[in-house]
Write a protein that binds this ligand. Sequence first.
Ligand SMILES: [Zn+2]
Length: 316
Amino acid sequence: MRMLPPRGRRRAARDPRRAAPPAAPPAPTPPVTLLVRPEVLRSLAASVATAGDVETGGPLIGTVQRSWEPAGERLIVCVLATVAPSARDGRVASVSVGRGGEGERAASAVRWWRSASGLDLVHLGDWHRHVWGSPEPSGGDRATAKRLGAQSPAPVWLTAVATGRRRRRHQAEEKGEEVRFIDAAAVTGVVRFFREAGGAGLVAVRARVEGAALPALPALPWYVADPARFAAECRLLRAAGYRAALQPASSDDGHGAVLRLRREGAPDVTVITGPRYPRQAPVRLDARGRRVPPAGAWSPHRYLVDLVDLVGEEKR
Ligand SMILES: [Zn+2]
């Protein structure tokens, strides 16, 4: 129990009408049911696997719905996606929505998913990895969550802390006349979810991994997932005299893009890129829509301009 300073107590006792009105109790934060798509954990594990000793992280994206239950209001929070850091030079940094280059990438991913899915997707919070130590939030994590939670328009702010490392596993087991062996690299770790609860700070929330009842978001098309690559493609095409028009396209295996390319004095070229471009080879069509056989083997280190410039060369 906290003792009132004697001065205040005397004053309150002398004139009860002048006592300060009791402070308004903090707005109650409705309890949360937290559901997480398995793809989020898969993406998180993949980021941890490639991060080495770097503290990686990313945004948590999903939906919030209110549920009016007899016991009171409850928030149903569904984490549907995260944006993995783009691997550049083997180093992996963390991604925060709207902040810095990687943040712009995350913001455009949210916009694309929103329009593709029709879901009211929001930035629910962030996850990050503790390279060493436990999945308990640090003092810095608590301060960051307090600040970002206050700025966020979402009715809930989550912080998830992951641990984990990639380890090689060798195992041999005798079975009758055979010896069975496994040699595999696996990521094992844990992730804990917390919600920012105002005065109470970060409070642990139990998460349920749910694959059947939550909508899965489509894979991002390459030009949204890797805008740096897309910008480089456009720059190179422009430098070669091409004007490019992008037309989103979807197929059974995901979202890609059709690029219509025009250059003064050269026949039009159409390039079809699949969802896994540049790992997947693009297809080029001539001005009459006929498929042009590739001039050589495709490599992810080549660019569209390498592909279409050959078309221009052929016609000279
Ligand atoms: Zn931390």
